[in-house]
Design a protein around this ligand. Sequence first.
Ligand code: GLY
Length: 310
Amino acid sequence: MISDNFSLMIHGGAGALQHIRREGNESDFMQSMQRILEGGRQVLVSGGTALDAVEYCAVHLEDDPLYNAGRGSVLNEYGEVEMDAAIMDGQGLEAGAVAGITNVKNPIALARRVLEKSEHVMLIGKGAREFANLHNVEIMTDNYFVIDSRIRQWREAQKAGGMMLDHEDVTPQHKLGTIGAVARDGNGNLAAATSTGGIVNKRWGRVGDSPIVGAGVFADNETCAVSATGYGEQFQRTVLSKMVSDFVHFKGMDAQAAATAGINYLVDKVNGLGGVIVIDRNGHCGVGHSTSGMIYGAIELGGESLCHLA
Ligand code: GLY
């Protein structure tokens, strides 16, 4: 029987968020998060699984050009959108991931197809695109992805001759992109999803943490579901999402304690910058970030949806 003991969290990146307030689009983010969380609630109350809910939320975050994922992804050194995504089912630790993909409208939907329809965990580049065609995943033209604000940001990065980590600003404390979702359904199953355009002006086929199981995403029904955002290299080197799960497994922490411990570890080990959202096996929600701000929303154990841009 399906209970209403479901929980759902989403995030839209971490960083210093002053520029969002300065530009006056704080309410755009809040409305978008609220709408997506409530849509995710409907998926769960109508009997959808945790995996369905995180895919639903990630697809809608990817479709919204406010976020650095899907439409609205940042541009690489060639001025192209190249995306990474992963989804994980906490029941059986099944996972699907894609990296360095182009023109796929919803990388997270492709990642789910990898999970369900292939015997592999990760597909990349051209092969991933072929797999997408085989499974009728929606493909869009470059125009769909390349939006004006991203072109301006990319030109700035090219002028500065470096890579940038997020939406609008060169300084690292500004908002980091990447979206994600974690859920626990009424049957106690956990799932996590993370999707990103990566970092601005990225080179050489750079892939961040988002599609790496254990780094940018992790889910295990016995511990928790985690989605990360921040400097991908730091999350890869610390295997941060699995680390958060280990805090639950070995130290008996709940979601909030594990999120805090994970971020403390990230900072202690590599002076890392970013954040995590976490739901534990009991449906409790946690969040942690070493950046000054993070955009996230949560429904804990069927309660009201609360969004934060702090
Ligand atoms: N956290 C996203 C990335 O570094 O690509």
